[in-house]
Design a protein around this ligand. Structure first.
Ligand SMILES: N[C@@H](CCC(=O)N[C@@H](CS)C(=O)NCC(=O)O)C(=O)O
Length: 165
């Protein structure tokens, strides 16, 4: 079967297309990276399935929604398994080791730092998508609970608008 042809439509920024670009690059697959200029948008918009980008055209057929596109590509390139079984555990392992080496509560030093908030933020989407994401990472779960229990953060997180990303 001939290889599919891929054309990724987005603006000339990273935004919601960058993960899919990385997926193509990491898999070593060719794609057309169509970066729509601002002054061309009004012509392109009506041709798109939801009038928004990113859109991935696979052999001329449009697929919309950034997360759906990324999942589709990960499946196409068999990277979902690699992500779940190799990449995530590796990084979660690094975070856990760092916590352990620093006494278990904070990632660095003896109080809350940008490192703790950064790990908390970077895991938000994965944890939101899968309640079992950290099931094997007891130290990270405790760390997450610690950051999430900071009163103002707790209040903010429980009241914030629910979005995919
Ligand atoms: N849920 C969609 C949101 C898509 C979206 O908001 N696209 C913006 C750019 S990031 C857009 O096309 N804006 C221009 C417009 O709506 O006219 C996704 O994740 O792909």
């Amino acid at each position: 079967m001939p290889m599919a042809s891929y054309k990724l439509h987005y603006f000339d920024v990273r935004g919601r297309a960058e993960l899919s670009r990385y997926l193509f690059l990491a898999a070593g697959r060719d794609f057309e990276d169509n970066r729509i200029p601002q002054d061309g948008w009004s012509n392109v918009k009506p041709t798109l399935v939801y009038g928004q980008v990113p859109v991935l055209e696979v052999d001329g057929k449009q697929l919309a929604q950034s997360n759906a596109i990324a999942r589709f590509l990960a499946r196409e390139f068999e990277m979902g398994k690699n992500l779940a079984e190799v990449v995530y555990p590796k990084f979660l392992g690094y975070f856990e080791k760092q916590l352990e080496n620093n006494g278990g509560k904070y990632l660095v030093g003896s109080g809350l730092t940008v490192a703790d908030l950064s790990v908390y933020a970077v895991l938000d989407t994965a944890v939101q998508k899968s309640e079992t994401f950290l099931e094997k990472n007891e130290k990270l779960r405790a760390h997450r609970d610690m950051v999430g229990a900071i009163p103002k953060i707790q209040e903010y997180v429980s009241n914030r608008k629910k979005t995919d990303i």
